[in-house]
Design a binder for this molecule. Structure first.
Ligand SMILES: Cc1cc2nc3c(=O)[nH]c(=O)nc-3n(C[C@H](O)[C@H](O)[C@H](O)COP(=O)(O)OP(=O)(O)OC[C@H]3O[C@@H](n4cnc5c(N)ncnc54)[C@H](O)[C@@H]3O)c2cc1C
Length: 396
């Protein structure tokens, strides 16, 4: 076996969650290595909504100004009827919202956020970024954790953080559960805004909802690009097949929608589809000196746009506990887990429930839902206070 590299903190996975954690730990003055399996750091996918709970962390990390240079700050979150075309509900993201939560609601291209985090990590003397490091094994030793990579390299750290996403290898140390397929699939991508101006609202995040489907639209990158996500439940889903949620189904489903949706859906890229998974919440995601973070710990359906936001919160919370507990790493990991498991489980469950509400096929439920939504006023923040309001301790 190769001689182990002795390091302080290890983050396994260099996605948005892993990089935020590395940066947060570095800000506490600790050194941290990031092991990423890919040959290069990067993000695929399209837009990302960043609610005030995530913006609070990013702002404390000193990234507010660089984010402002490329993000878009929408005026409203709007729910529309995807079949009939009317507005069902909206949330005002203006002055009252910002004052209440102390932060704006931002939308970005996810590769822009990832690049900002990466550059901040590169600028930090405390962060070492390593690529082509696919972690294959994690083993707890006395007072440290040993991590082995596919290339034979070995690292021994005071603590390791598994931030390796939905299909996490590190989670296997805690659980033999598997991602749960929702039978929904997403197509997503961005297009130059001028190509879709006719169907693009540039001031709002718009979510069109209908039976077994939804369609999300918002601008990103200084409004130069327009992001669209088309999501539907496939009637061809089979557990042992990949031939479901096809582009032909996408066309058939969205052709039946209100013309503004049907026409905008024609702009979707079709070369890649994202089947939608989550998992049941875990009570425990820490074993010895390994803990989890982000989608590795609590993958969720994206319906309330919180997966990355929660991963970002995780990183801040972990760093705070590390700085609070000093040399007592076990106490830090225990405090981190105690603080995060309850909240993230609630977010996972709420995302599922919101999916059931927006996708309902039942006519009576739809009528009641719409009546309830239309009664809400745009400055009624009751439903999102628990999610967006300050309360998650963040490293100062
Ligand atoms: C359609 C869609 C829309 C979404 N919209 C939003 C939104 O608007 N707002 C929001 O907050 N969230 C959103 N999400 C959720 C969000 O994308 C994820 O929750 C978030 O990206 C998770 O980040 P992560 O760093 O935990 O995991 P990942 O982004 O999956 O990163 C994991 C990293 O670990 C690496 N890795 C994996 N295995 C290994 C290994 N064995 N060794 C080393 N490295 C490894 C991977 O290469 C990757 O770089 C959306 C998701 C989808 C599918």
């Amino acid at each position: 076996m190769d001689v182990a590299n002795q390091v302080s903190f290890l983050v396994i996975g260099g996605g948005i969650g892993g990089l935020t954690a590395a940066l947060s730990i570095a800000k506490c003055g600790k050194s941290v290595h990031v092991l990423e399996q890919a040959p290069q750091f990067g993000e695929i996918g399209a837009g990302l909504q960043l609610a005030p709970n995530a913006m609070r962390v990013l702002s404390k990390l000193g990234l507010e100004d660089v984010i402002r240079e490329c993000a878009v700050f929408p005026k409203r979150l709007v729910l529309m009827d995807a079949m009939r075309g009317g507005e069902l509900s909206s949330l005002d993201l203006g002055e009252k919202f910002r004052t209440r939560y102390g932060q704006p609601y931002a939308v970005m291209h996810r590769s822009d956020l990832h690049a900002i985090l990466l550059e901040a990590c590169r600028d930090s003397e405390q962060v070492t970024l390593l690529t082509d490091k696919r972690v294959t094994d994690v083993e707890n030793l006395e007072d440290c954790v040993r991590v082995t990579c596919a290339d034979g390299s070995v690292y021994e750290a005071m603590a390791a953080v598994g931030a390796d996403g939905l299909w996490s290898t590190t989670r296997q140390l805690f659980s033999d559960d598997q991602p749960i397929c929702s039978q929904y699939v997403a197509y997503r991508g961005t297009i130059p805004t001028e190509e879709i101006l006719q169907y693009a609202r540039l001031d709002d995040v718009v979510m069109w909802i209908g039976p077994n489907l939804h369609f999300v639209q918002y601008p990103v990158r200084r409004k130069e690009l327009f992001n669209q996500v088309a999501v539907f439940k496939s009637t061809r889903y089979r557990v042992d097949s990949d031939d479901w949620g096809t582009p032909e189904e996408l066309d058939a489903v969205f052709d039946q929608c209100f013309p503004a949706v049907a026409n905008a859906a024609k702009y979707m890229q079709r070369h890649r589809r994202w089947p939608m998974y989550d998992r049941e919440p875990l009570d425990n995601w820490t074993s010895g000196r390994l803990t989890l973070l982000g989608d590795a710990a609590h993958p969720m359906l994206q319906y309330i746009a919180q997966g990355a936001c929660q991963a970002i919160e995780d990183g801040a919370c972990l760093a705070l506990q590390i700085s609070r507990c000093g040399e007592d790493i076990d106490a830090a990991l225990a405090a981190y887990q105690a603080e995060r498991t309850v909240r993230t489980a609630r977010v996972q469950r709420t995302a599922r429930l919101f999916g059931d509400i927006i996708h309902t096929e039942d006519e009576a439920t739809r009528i009641l839902r719409n009546a309830f939504m239309q009664k809400r006023t745009a400055d009624d923040f009751g439903a999102v206070d628990w999610l967006y309001a300050p309360g998650v301790p963040v490293h100062q």
